[in-house]
Every structure is written in C-alpha cells, then in structure tokens.
Design a protein around this ligand. Sequence first.
Ligand SMILES: [Cu+2]
Length: 282
Amino acid sequence: MWETLPKSLSTFSGDIDHLFWGVTYLMGFSYVVSMLVIIYLLLAFRRKEGVKAQYIAGESGKQLMLIYIPLALFVCFDMYIDTTTAEVWHKAKMELPAADVKVRAVAQQWAWTFVQEGNIETINELHVPAGQTVHVAMESSDTLHSLSIPIFRFKQDVIPGRIITGWFKSKSFAEIKAAKQSMIDRYNNRPADDKFARELPTDDAESASFDIQCAEMCGVGHGIMAARIVVHSEKGYAAWKASEKAMIDEMQDDSADAEEEAAPAEEAAPAEETHGAHGTEG
Ligand SMILES: [Cu+2]
C-alpha cells in the first residue's frame, strides 16, 4: 500500500498529522476550485468576433457575492487552521510534562552528541525508553541546526547561545516494534533493484531504531548530519544504560591503574639520580 507520511509514533504525532492533512485538504480544495474558475473564465470570456470587451466594476449584488462568498470561505479555513494549530502547538511546544528521562543534545558541524544522566555520551545515537516522557535540552556549539525526529513529528531549531528544552513521549514499545516490523516488511517486499546498496541497521529484540536528521542548513556537511534514535523497551533501556555505565567505570579504572603505574616510576627516577650521584662521588 502507498504510504504518505513516516510512521507516527509519539503521543502528539497524530495531532500534527491531523493538522498536516487538514491544511493539505483545505488548500488542495481551494487550489483546484480556483484553477477550475480561472480556466472557465478564460474559456467563457475569450475574444469573440463582434463581441466588445466590457468594463466590470464588481459592484452589482451578483458580482459582490462572487467576491464575498470565497472570502468568507477562506476566513473560515484560516480560523480553523489557526485554532487547530494553536491547540497542537500548545500541546507539543508550550507544555512541558514532567520528565522521566533527561537528555542533552549538543549539535556541532556535523554531528550530534547526546549526553544522558550519569554522563553517558553517545555520538549520533540517541537512546530513549519507550512510553516515557523524554526532555531533550538542545544546544549548539557553532551555528544553527535543527533536531528532527520524523517518527515522533519532533523538530526544533537549535540555536547557539541558547538551551531549548523540547519533549516527546513515544507510544508503547509494542507499537514501536510493530511499526518498525512493518517498515522492514515493506522494504523486503520491494523489488531487488529498488533496495539500498547498504544493509538496514538491525535492532535487537528490545529496541527499534529510526532516523534523525539535522533539518537546518548548517554548512557543507549538513546532508551527512544524520543520526539514529534507538527506542528501547523499559528492560532494554536499563540494560543499555548498565552496559554503558560498566564501560565508563572500566575506562575510569584503567586510567586510574595507568596513573598508579606512572606514579612509582616518577618516584624511582630521583632515587636513581641520587644513586648515580653517589656513584660518581665514590
Ligand atoms: Cu544541518
């Protein structure tokens, strides 16, 4: 089946899609009607032998109707779009529900660094638990960027000198996993010559990954400033965090060991010198 929009997998993505389709249908309808009227007028009032062109001031009742009815219609469309937009904007951008998880997103030419609680840093990979409210505090170290997570209909410009906090909450992990499976099935059903040369990244049983893209022209590397969002089940997220934490601890232990090893060597050096000095004296 023909799919128009990416999967819609956050608590407010459905509202944004509703808005998108509302605007598309209203504007599509207006466009088609306007074009039909223009084509009709071009044909009906084209130059004819023996018919003199008239000057129409648009002041008679019938002519005024032709102006005011479409005008009223457009005002109604606009009111509908404005009120629906305000509602959705408020829900997605103005409200900030209490966070279950907080992440920092640092944009720079041309990569994303995500920092989780416990100083877990990942490059171009944002790990989040499904079904929980995630706050993303976005900052930029150089120029304008934009964090776009299409499946969540999340998009926020990232501005140097400012920290902007956005949020999203994904649907349940079962829904996320089912959506990803249907994406994989669709892909597998494509003819062989319509597939990417590169293999799709595979997920484990407790996670599903999707695209992130920088959505603000930020320099020559803008096009390659893509990342992945890995949505975990609750269990999977805890396991991922534990393994990252263990890796950090191990690295810290290693550097502590290295320091300890380096320390006696420094102490030994002056001792040898003294010994050497004695040697020359003797
Ligand atoms: Cu960019």
